[in-house]
Design a protein around this ligand. Structure first.
Ligand code: UD1
Ligand code: UDP
Length: 375
């Protein structure tokens, strides 16, 4: 049983579900959506042609962490009781992930964590994701760590080494299916071919409010000062993001505020861009595969592999740092090339197959036997 509820979880869980569907003699996939996101989740399900077996429909406007957590846990009870899965898989670090992990534990169903072991070791950055993943890892029985470093992080918390599999990240599996050289999107029609495209996304809770506003103001000033750049910004549907984005950027020439792109569009737009500015987690993993530099609008990242590889540069939300970094990427060809040619540290796009192989091994070798106390 896979349980997920937001856009990034769906994008990175989809390759695993599709791989199970190709192996129905060995796996019986049960897909459960919490519906923490709605439109942005539906987009992904449509693109990958995946249908949910259950949908908890939890999304409310301006939902709180407590309401998501409690509703998901309450609503999962009857589904897990009815379906009795052999293993539950969750992905990443959202509140859906954490709540589903608690549910799996309450029902004493083995839990596998996809994208396990990412850490900043800073409780409030990113918030609440850092603690969502730490708590999920504590509750998990099997770990699918994308890199060696994420495995080391799990070992620092004394989690069992023989349950940790290094698989790469399923984001790269998804990318293999989406990027198309002949891609076209209507927003590109409005853009002068000689201009450089900067792709922007920003949504994190800890950036909402003043940090987001000053970041957008800085980007707006850059666009006003430099006539050869255009910003394409698919705005996250969160009202906290929509309000700031529109109040700063509405009416600014060469800033294109558009609806969230479906993942095929987004990957292709990223591939067409000169560079990316984002506080997204998933985008930091995808960019090295696309050969695109990323200015990370955060103070800390749980994806240091991309910083070490040279693709990511942490700039936070300080206006001077953001401005200087944009100028550097536009004016310093050597620095641009260095960031654009880094090696992707997140695997070769076979993570979903490796995850399913690991699950088969866990069951074939009875690795989890002895874990259970009868309730
Ligand atoms: C959530 C995750 C975050 C992840 C992000 C990916 C938590 C606490 N946060 O943040 O880790 O990086 O998803 O995008 O789990 N909304 C819609 N339609 C949608 C989606 C959202 O209208 O399809 C609006 C709703 O008003 C909702 C609000 O956005 O209340 C915020 O959604 P929420 O899931 O609480 O937070 P995100 O910022 O999306
Ligand atoms: N993405 C998308 N459409 C967009 C913006 C992002 O499909 O308009 C994809 C992106 O390629 C990546 C994922 O969404 O795979 C990242 O999701 P998000 O930034 O919402 O969440 P995070 O990764 O920060 O948790």
């Amino acid at each position: 049983m896979t349980i997920f509820g937001t856009r990034p979880e769906a994008i990175k869980m989809a390759p695993i579900i599709l791989e199970m569907k190709n192996n129905l003699d060995e796996f019986q996939p049960i897909t459960v959506l919490t519906g923490q996101h709605k439109e942005m989740l539906d987009q992904v399900m449509d693109i990958f042609h995946i249908e949910a077996d259950y949908n908890l429909h939890v999304m409310k406007a301006q939902q709180t962490l407590s309401s998501i957590t409690t509703t998901v846990i309450n609503k999962l009870d009857s589904i897990i009781n009815e379906a009795q899965p052999d293993i539950i898989l969750v992905h990443g670090d959202t509140t859906t992930t954490f709540a589903a992990a608690v549910s799996a534990f309450y029902h004493q169903i083995p839990l596998g964590h996809v994208e396990a072991g990412l850490r900043t070791w800073d409780k409030y950055s990113p918030y609440p994701e850092e603690m969502n993943r730490q708590m999920t890892d504590i509750l998990s029985d099997v770990y699918f760590a994308p890199t060696e470093l994420s495995k080391e992080n799990l070992l620092k918390q004394n989690l069992k080494e023989d349950r940790i599999y290094i698989t790469g990240n399923t984001a790269i599996d998804a990318l293999k299916q989406t990027v198309d050289r002949n891609y076209h999107h209507s927003v590109l029609d409005d853009i002068d071919k000689t201009h450089k495209i900067i792709l922007l996304t920003m949504h994190r809770r800890e950036n909402q409010g003043e940090p987001m506003r000053r970041t957008f103001e800085t980007i707006k000033n850059e666009v006003l000062n430099r006539k050869d750049i255009e910003v394409v910004y698919p705005v996250h549907l969160s009202p906290a993001v929509q309000s700031v984005a529109h109040s700063v950027f509405d009416g600014v020439n060469r800033v294109h505020l558009i609806e969230p792109l479906d993942v095929v569009d987004f990957h292709n737009m990223a591939a067409r861009s000169h560079f990316i500015m984002t506080d997204s987690g998933g985008v930091q993993e995808e960019a090295p595969s696309l050969g695109k530099p990323v200015l990370v609008l955060r103070e800390a990242t749980e994806r240091p592999e991309g910083v070490d590889a040279g693709t990511l540069k942490l700039v936070g939300t300080d206006p001077e740092k953001i401005s200087a970094s944009i100028d550097q990427l536009l004016d310093d060809a050597k620095e641009y090339k260095k960031m654009a040619t880094a090696k992707n540290p997140y695997g070769d796009g076979t993570a979903s197959k490796q995850i399913l192989d690991a699950i088969k091994e866990v069951f074939a070798t009875n690795k989890l036997s002895g874990d259970h106390n009868e309730a």
